[in-house]
Design a protein around this ligand. Structure first.
Ligand SMILES: C[S@@+](CC[C@H](N)C(=O)[O-])C[C@H]1O[C@@H](n2cnc3c(N)ncnc32)[C@H](O)[C@@H]1O
Length: 413
């Protein structure tokens, strides 16, 4: 049964909207609200549907801010939806390319479709899942130039879409297994739905194609002349996306884009003209310097750590270990920087002694290339209850496991 049915028609919709407005001025715990709805004789399916939407809207604020209060979600749809700050970037690419009508093929609840429509472009949103199609239709309700279709995108004739005026395609293939798709991630892009090769092939009929992919995507499956971009928000790697040349003003290659919740951005790109599928550059190992830095995960996954190392005069602490180091590492938005205080054996006793002598009261533990459990190490540390906040980085230096006691430096950029 389509669980959205009760709230997507009258009088369910009106009930949802009035309760949403009430929750915003005078919030009531949902459990109490449920009891009140049942007591007032509201049908069980409708009460459940309304309460679910109110709860999903609340949860969706993390991705959509205040817009969430006016949107319709399914649980899976919310989980898979692109956060607004990133969807807005996708939409901006379409608008800047001159696209007029974008097909969002596998649109889910429509975060991307909504951002595209919000920039004034027409949208054709297609999904195979009736609940997603119902939700996206509700989410696009205010946009005259938006259309929703229920169907399998693999059955579409892309040339026919072009003849309907579609001049750009966005796809965000489903990448999870199981009926609820709530569990395992599918790593092989050919097992995604639709498969990556099908999406890339659509560019033969419509030249503007963008596709959101898993950040772990292997570089060698990216078409050489496309642009691949890894995006992190507030330090969390949230996606990678591939853009056909017609949607990539920056040219072919790879980049990473760091966004904060306020929308501020920093971008780092591969050298001009580099093929997007070029293997990641090797980074030179350097002796541990006065500073150690941890690059944003988008830098690491995009294979641009070498580029960052070149720009900042850094090396890595050991082969294949993505900590940068140097005696003079400048402040930089692409990494977190730490001042090296001391290096000890990677043993709780040695680390505790070093931390205590430096008046540590709290400690963050990081690791790369060292097989330790940070939570267990933390429990076994004996701190003196001082006031300093320090960092312990467990890693390998010159072939030996070491603990680097350091102090996080503030970012001023
Ligand atoms: C990752 S979600 C899309 C999320 C969307 N970009 C957003 O931000 O809200 C993928 C969607 O593709 C749909 N899908 C998967 N295979 C499909 C197919 N063959 N035809 C149409 N839709 C499909 C799923 O039902 C799911 O809603």
């Amino acid at each position: 049964m389509n669980t959205l049915t009760p709230i997507l028609s009258s009088p369910g919709w009106e009930l949802l909207e009035s309760l949403q407005a009430r929750q915003e001025t005078n919030p009531m715990p949902l459990r109490e609200l449920g009891a009140a709805l049942r007591a007032s004789g509201i049908e069980a399916d409708l009460a459940a549907g309304v309460l679910t939407q109110l709860a999903l809207r609340q949860a969706a604020r993390a991705k959509f801010g205040p817009f969430a209060s006016h949107m319709v979600f399914t649980r899976d749809g919310l989980e898979q939806a692109t956060r607004l700050v990133v969807a807005a970037r996708h939409a901006q690419r379409f608008r800047a390319s001159g696209a007029r009508r974008v097909a969002d093929l596998g649109c889910g609840i429509g975060a991307d479709a909504l951002a595209i429509a919000g920039l004034g472009l027409d949208v054709l949103a297609v999904d195979i899942d009736p609940e997603a199609a119902g939700a996206v239709a509700a989410n696009l309700r205010d946009f005259e130039g938006a259309q929703v279709r229920l169907g399998d995108v693999m059955d579409l004739d892309i040339a026919e879409l072009a003849s309907e005026g579609v001049d750009a395609i966005f796809a965000d293939p489903a990448r999870r297994t199981g009926a609820s798709r709530g569990s395992a991630r599918i790593t092989n892009p050919e097992d995604w739905s639709p498969p990556l090769s099908a999406v890339l092939g659509w560019a033969h009929a419509i030249e503007r194609v963008g596709v959101k992919v898993a950040p772990g995507i292997a570089h060698d499956v990216i078409p050489a002349d496309w642009h691949a971009q890894w995006v992190s928000v507030g330090g969390d790697l949230v996606e990678a996306s591939l853009w056909s040349p017609a949607l990539a003003p920056e040219g072919r290659g790879r980049s990473c884009l760091l966004l904060d919740e306020a929308g501020a951005a920093h971008a780092l790109s591969s050298p001009e003209g580099m093929a997007a599928n070029t293997p990641a550059e090797r980074v030179e190992v350097a002796p541990l310097g006065a500073f150690i830095a941890e690059a944003d995960p988008a830098v690491i996954r995009s294979g641009l750590l070498g580029r960052l190392a070149d720009k900042t005069g850094a090396g890595i602490v050991s082969d294949k270990i993505a900590y940068l180091t140097g005696d003079d590492l400048p402040d930089n938005p692409f990494y977190d920087r730490f001042e090296v205080l001391e290096v000890t054996n990677l043993r709780a006793k040695a680390i505790s002694a070093a931390l205590t002598s430096r008046d540590a009261g709290s400690v963050e533990i990081k690791k790369r290339g060292a097989d330790i459990n940070p939570d267990e190490l933390r429990k076994s540390l004996k701190l003196g209850g001082g006031s300093a906040q320090l960092t312990v980085i467990a890693t390998r230096l010159a072939g030996r496991h070491r603990a680097i006691i350091c102090k996080r430096l503030p970012k001023n950029l």
